[in-house]
Design a protein around this ligand. Structure first.
Ligand code: HEM
Length: 538
């Protein structure tokens, strides 16, 4: 059973909130030399030229000049908080990860973000939101780098630069700053129809959350879990906010962008400061690990598809509570480095081609963003499990490694610390059979249906929510300069729903697309057997 309340734990990183920015009675240089003045440059006379020999001036200005680091290439705007995750133990029979065991309490750091805008952009723009969680478990760090929308624009990570180039501001005029209401975005999604499902969620009320505290989170991809007996299951991860899911009206979102561009950041900070700790229940949809990795005709390796909760209910496995604000935004929220490859024993990846590109991308980008290969040593990124690696040197190395033999095998430093049975506790990839296959650059047939689920999503909305979608697309497409893009997107919308397309067309002052001009819709997979459950215990 889920515990009623979760007790906050202590701080994993960072100085206590009450600490002053300066400690000690004297100001010093970075070398600890006591200063008598930090307000005046050293000059040849009170009104004379500044002297090159002023090493304090040079140190102070040099450091200031390098205070900024590159912002994230995506998800640049965000805010984070510390908290605790408590496992319910309900997942123990499908996953051996220690942090999911009953009552185990694990420190976490969560960062919420928008995708498109730069660091200084407004919080309430229409966008997908990031929901990234770092679990500092006893068995090493596990990162779940998810979003508030359960599907993604693309099926293969090789398309990520394309979608991001399309959604970011136009290269010539740097417009718009932080949203998708422009030609290049609609140019891309109107031609790359696998984006339709994500696009529909994006233009729904999910694209303008009321608060980070009222967003769902999704791991998006299917992951493979393994239990103590070595049995595997496929799962999708979900975060369900205890406060429920709430959105802004588009008009509210626009006004708030002006009144308080920090609306979401402030809301999260103030809630935590006042003791109203936000909570999310962690849950899984569980599917049998069949050789074809499909469920009810849905390809589980396709990140543009959900599995409806009517077919596989979300089963609660733990509770997240955010209970402490960062001490220093830069040190924690800005320097935190999430990575889909940070996995712990019991959790493995599947062959989702979107996930595989991500497994490469995060470390690669952080190498530049955080200045070299040692960003794992930054306090917010340090595992809470003991680290004993053979990685050495590099920019910003903080460790002073002893010994002479960071290699294996060695006979000089007492050998390497491997012991019999280490496989029981170590991270071991599930020995998944890799099909005999020919190299191809090709999507499988099972990825081909781009419209069934967007249509189901639209039809699942209430009339008011559908109206919001129609007005949102009308607004967004109305910002495009190119008539041809609007017309092409209307054709795509007609494949989702002809009334949707007709109403957007009316809003844009364009004729509704002719039904016979529409290409054939790809047949939908059978979504039968509503209500069938795959309980964790069976
Ligand atoms: C950053 C989620 C797909 C590359 C992020 C962040 C989130 C996220 C939440 C922000 C992390 C933070 O707060 O620091 C997702 C989801 C995806 C997805 C849910 C699809 C299911 C991709 C793909 C790529 C990619 C396909 C590249 C192939 C990046 C990069 C960053 C990032 C480079 C910046 C990381 C940093 O600077 O630390 N993503 N992403 N993402 N993502 Fe993704």
């Amino acid at each position: 059973d889920a515990p009623e309340t979760v007790t906050p734990t202590g701080a994993p990183t960072g100085a206590p909130k009450t600490a002053n920015s300066q400690q000690g009675a004297f100001l010093t240089t970075a070398q600890g030399v006591r200063l008598y003045d930090t307000d005046h440059s050293l000059k040849a006379g009170e009104r004379g030229p500044t002297l090159l020999q002023d090493h304090h001036l040079r140190e102070k200005i040099m450091h200031f000049d390098h205070e900024r680091i590159p912002e994230r290439v995506v998800h640049a705007r965000g805010a984070g908080a510390h908290g605790v995750f408590v496992g319910y133990g309900t997942a123990e029979n499908i996953c051996k990860a220690g942090f999911l065991k009953e009552g185990v309490s694990t420190p976490v750091f969560v960062r919420f973000s928008t995708v498109v805008g730069s660091r200084g952009s407004a919080d309430t723009v229409r966008d997908t939101r990031g929901f990234a969680t770092k679990f500092y478990t006893d068995e090493g760090t596990f990162d779940l780098v998810g979003n508030n929308i359960p599907v993604f624009f693309i099926q293969d990570g090789i398309k990520f630069p394309d979608i991001i180039h399309a959604v970011k501001p136009h290269p010539d005029r740097e417009i718009p700053q932080a949203q998708s209401a422009h030609d290049t975005f609609w140019d891309f999604v109107s031609q790359h129809t696998e984006a339709t499902h994500h696009m529909m969620w994006h233009v729904s009320d999910r694209g303008v959350p009321r608060s980070y505290r009222t967003m769902e989170g999704f791991g998006v991809h299917t992951f493979r879990l393994v239990n103590e007996a070595g049995e595997t299951s496929l799962v999708k991860f979900h975060w369900k906010p205890k406060l429920g899911v709430h959105s802004l009206l588009w008009e509210e979102a626009q006004m708030i962008s002006g009144f308080d561009p920090d609306f979401h950041r402030r809301d999260l900070y103030d809630a935590i400061e006042s003791g109203a700790f936000p909570q999310w229940e962690f849950g899984v949809q569980v599917f049998p690990d069949t050789p074809d990795q499909t469920f009810e005709g849905i390809d589980l390796l396709d990140s543009t598809k959900i599995v409806p909760e009517e077919l596989a209910p979300v089963q609660p496995i733990g509770m997240l509570t955010l209970n402490r604000n960062p001490t220093n935004f830069f040190a924690e929220s800005e320097q935190v480095a999430f990575h889909t490859g940070h996995l712990v024993p019991g959790i493995d990846v599947t062959d989702d081609p979107l996930l595989h590109a991500r497994l490469f991308s995060y470390l690669d980008t952080q190498l530049t963003r955080l200045g070299g290969p040692n960003f794992g040593q930054i306090p917010i990124n340090r595992p809470h499990a003991p680290v004993n690696d053979m990685l050495r040197d590099g920019f910003h190395q903080h460790a002073v490694h002893g010994g002479v033999a960071p290699y294996k095998p060695n006979s000089l430093d007492g050998g390497c610390p491997f012991f019999a049975g280490s496989k029981d506790l170590a991270y071991v990839e599930v020995p998944q059979r890799v099909a005999e296959a020919t190299k191809v650059r090709k999507a499988p047939e099972s990825f081909a249906d781009h419209f069934t689920q967007p249509r189901q999503f639209f039809h699942s909305l209430s009339p008011l929510e559908q109206e919001h979608v129609i007005r949102a697309i009308t607004f967004e497409l109305g910002k495009c300069y190119e008539q041809a893009i609007k017309e092409r997107q209307l054709l795509v919308l007609a494949k989702v729903d002809t009334r949707l397309a007709a109403e957007v067309a009316t809003g844009l002052g364009l004729p509704a697309p002719e039904a016979e001009a529409l290409p054939e819709v790809v047949p939908s997979p059978a979504l039968s057997q509503l209500g069938q459950e795959w309980p964790i215990d069976g």
